[in-house]
Ligand binder design. Structure first.
Ligand SMILES: [Ca+2]
Ligand SMILES: [Ca+2]
Length: 247
């Protein structure tokens, strides 16, 4: 049974002494289809005996589907967990360390929140990830910390940005340097690449698709051109697979 902190009688940002304790949401770029893992960080300058964080995306195209505490500052706490509040798409996670094992002052990873974003109409699509206060079944879920003497207070919060890009950039193999909608790999791509490399032509819209030799540095350079000429005219190997690390 989860006893949410918002039931505590007094809540105020004014009773946080010293430097304001802070919950910070990371920012990153995700790709349509796969999940994105957004890190949440905690700074606290006094020991904490409980915390609760409720976060939500600014639209329902990116929803929380799980929360992980692996390698986080509260990984050691036995009493912790998370719930998804289906009606709002928000997620709440919480922890209650035992009296002997308070969350000591410090700074670092608090949790990793996994977002699903399978269906986004256009790219890039930006989702602000911020805290929220909601009420479900008469229980308020919010973002609160509790110090070692039981005082509950609201931390400072810094929202994050989850930017979702499309998978139509390099969906399988490299080579579609000119980014034509049909995805064909042909002489026009070679011309585009030569223009880009040597004649001041425009950048490839999807640089990962121009990394034809598949080097892990994602470089687009003469070696890609040589690889491409080999493939098109000299029976060389097919363009390399797209590297997700280059997207
Ligand atoms: Ca093409
Ligand atoms: Ca390359």
């Amino acid at each position: 049974m989860v006893a949410f902190l918002a039931l505590a009688p007094q809540v105020s940002a004014q009773i946080d002494p010293g430097i304001a304790d802070t919950i910070r949401v990371d920012s990153l770029t995700g790709i349509l289809g796969p999940h994105s893992a957004l890190d949440i960080f905690l700074f606290n300058d006094e020991a904490l005996s409980a915390l609760e964080v409720t976060i939500v995306g600014s639209d329902t195209l990116a929803t929380v589907d799980s929360v992980s505490f692996v390698d986080s500052r509260i990984d050691y706490v036995f009493t912790k967990g998370w719930v998804i509040n289906d009606s709002t798409g928000a997620a709440t996670f919480y922890c209650y360390p035992s009296d002997e094992l308070l969350i000591q002052p410090g700074s670092g990873l608090l949790a990793t929140v996994h977002f699903a974003h399978p269906d986004v109409p256009s790219f890039p699509h930006d989702v602000i990830v911020d805290t929220i206060t909601i009420e479900i079944d008469l229980i308020t879920r919010s973002t609160l910390l509790r110090d070692s003497i039981g005082t509950v207070f609201a931390p400072q919060v810094r929202p994050g940005l989850l930017r979702i890009e499309g998978l139509n950039c390099c969906p399988g193999s490299t080579g579609n340097v000119n980014g034509d909608a049909g995805g064909s790999v042909d002489l026009s791509d070679l011309i585009y690449l030569v223009n880009y490399l040597f004649l001041g032509g425009p950048d490839p819209e999807c640089p990962a698709a121009a990394n034809i030799n598949g080097d892990e540095q994602c470089a687009v350079d003469l070696s890609d051109l040589i690889y491409f000429v080999n493939y098109l005219f000299l029976g060389g190997p097919d363009p390399s697979a797209c590297l997700t690390a280059c997207l």
